[in-house]
Design a protein around this ligand. Structure first.
Ligand code: DON
Length: 336
């Protein structure tokens, strides 16, 4: 009797060890390799040619001078380790990606209720420079499209270029990169051709949402002209993915609620009218800019930055989107 129970215990132990082994083996066989520059570079090369199907933005003449072939892919992992591949030193203007920094500052200063009393939380089927809903409800749809973003920047306290300098300082802080500045030629080009944005600015002034002068619109043009690299974008993505804690662990601005708000806006409207389809395919809070950059937050984990200036019809980097998509599929990064 004793011998039998000893035997069955032994059989059970062996069976348990075998199944444990199977689990470990199965895990080993499905786990993707650890993220490395080699992995990123493979994904980059696979998608490099997408630039031929896109178009560099030229509605701001200075942007049209970008090299369509330039491409970069960066990632900051959970531990703050940076991975870079491609044209890692290539600078480009952050454009609409600056809108998430402006939103953070406006909400920090005035509170979410005050800011979103003037701007909606809506997604959109309209392009980034659409006038919705300035002529119906009077309020911009969200802080990611131009109208809401221009209003957001006007809500940051300070005269003249002070609000812009706050945005620039925050970008420098998040990236720990004091060399970041704005590109004066792009700014001048934005300012001299930005009549549609000027139209929105005055319509919102007419609606009583904006009270200042055109310096406030200039601040928006300047923030769009801030120049950085894909690595800087990955660090911005990391910051919002990790409750506003910097990639090196600095927690000066730690704020879970602000990070949740920014990430939710990125998911809802960060890729403009493509946001819904993008959410289905990528499933991560992301923000694009017509300079060709996209910053991505993998909540609680990492930040991703991509750059390729040839854009799709929505104004989003085409190769950038495909690089993100491949990484997300390979590492199962979607939040859904
Ligand atoms: O307001 C504009 O036209 C630009 N400076 C920013 C727009 C932008 O980046 C749209 N993004 N995809």
């Amino acid at each position: 009797m004793k011998k039998n129970s000893f035997l069955s215990a032994k059989v059970m132990l062996v069976a348990a060890l075998l199944s444990l082994n199977t689990v470990i083996y199965a895990q080993k066989s499905i786990d993707p390799p650890a993220i490395s520059e080699k992995i990123l570079s493979g994904i980059l090369e696979k998608n490099r040619a997408y630039y031929t199907q896109g178009k560099v933005a030229d509605y701001i003449p200075e942007l049209g001078k970008m090299d369509a072939k330039a491409i970069a892919f960066s990632l900051v992992d959970k531990n703050g380790k940076v991975f870079n591949t491609g044209d890692v030193h290539k600078k480009f203007t952050m454009q609409s990606i600056s809108k998430i920094i402006a939103l953070m500052l406006a909400v920090n200063e005035r509170g979410e209720a005050d800011v979103f009393d003037k701007i909606g939380y809506f997604g959109s089927d309209k392009p980034f420079n659409h006038f919705s809903n300035l002529e119906t409800t009077g309020k911009p749809l969200n802080p990611m499209m131009n109208a809401g973003a221009i209003l957001t920047t006007s809500l940051i306290a300070g005269d003249g270029e002070k609000p812009f300098l706050k945005i620039l300082d925050m970008v420098r802080y998040i990236t720990k990169n004091k060399t970041i500045d704005y590109n004066k030629s792009v700014y001048e080009s934005e300012k001299s051709t930005g009549n549609r944005n000027r139209g929105m600015f005055y319509l919102m002034k007419n609606n009583g949402l904006i009270s200042g002068n055109e310096d406030q619109l200039d601040n928006y043009f300047k923030q769009c002209s801030i120049e950085l690299t894909a690595e800087d974008l990955a660090k911005i993505g990391y910051f919002f993915a990790n409750q506003c804690v910097r990639f090196d662990g600095d927690a000066t601005h730690k704020n879970k609620e602000i990070a949740k708000l920014i990430e939710s806006q990125m998911l809802t409207a960060g890729m403009y009218e493509f946001s819904g389809e993008y959410s289905r395919n990528v499933g991560l809070p992301s923000k694009s800019g017509v300079g060709g950059g996209i910053t991505v937050s993998v909540p609680g984990k990492m930040g991703i930055g991509v750059f390729s200036p040839a854009l799709d019809q929505h104004g989003n980097s085409l190769a950038g989107y495909h690089m993100i998509l491949d990484l997300v599929k390979q590492y199962d990064l979607s939040v859904f």
